[in-house]
Ligand binder design. Structure first.
Ligand SMILES: [Zn+2]
Ligand SMILES: [Zn+2]
Length: 152
């Protein structure tokens, strides 16, 4: 979704609400993680006293293989963010600012870059996942494999 910001920058009190879904194929599969339902994005861009804010609430389900036992599972994520939209920066250098070109904002890009920061490097199906036996490959969550690998 692309937002046209011309009125937003020029008119105090102006507001653009949005509530939509970024489709799975736009999100891709970073690090092998997948977004079966895409990502829901709700929020608004608004001009308050001449400063343009972008508020978003983002929610998505991540599907992945457990990094320890390889079982496929899903986990829900949601987060809120507020950033400031500017036509140009005057020395400010911060992740809180988004510089827009030609008074348009690619909202998908802005949200996706934040989603990628939310994805943990390591994902386990449960905190106490016992993983796979390094010797026979059995799923130790299902019980001891009995292969005797540990004694060798
Ligand atoms: Zn696991
Ligand atoms: Zn084993």
């Amino acid at each position: 979704m692309v937002l046209n910001l011309k009125h937003l920058y020029d008119i105090v009190g102006e507001e653009i609400p949005f509530d939509y879904v970024i489709p799975s194929d736009l999100l891709g599969s970073p690090s092998g993680r997948r977004f079966p339902d895409g990502a829901g994005v709700k929020g608004r861009a608004y001009n308050r006293a001449g400063v343009v804010f972008l508020d978003t609430d983002t929610a998505f389900v991540l599907e992945t293989e457990c990094d320890r036992c390889l079982k496929t599972f899903t986990k829900e994520f949601s987060f809120a963010s507020q950033r400031i939209l500017v036509r140009s920066l005057n020395g400010e250098d911060s992740d809180d600012y988004i510089v827009t070109e030609n008074d348009v904002l690619d909202l998908d890009d802005a949200v996706i870059s934040e989603i990628l920061l939310q994805i943990p490097a390591k994902m386990l199906c449960s905190d106490d996942c016992r993983g796979l036996c390094p010797h026979c490959g059995a799923d130790l969550n299902l019980g001891s494999c009995g292969c005797g690998g540990e004694e060798q």
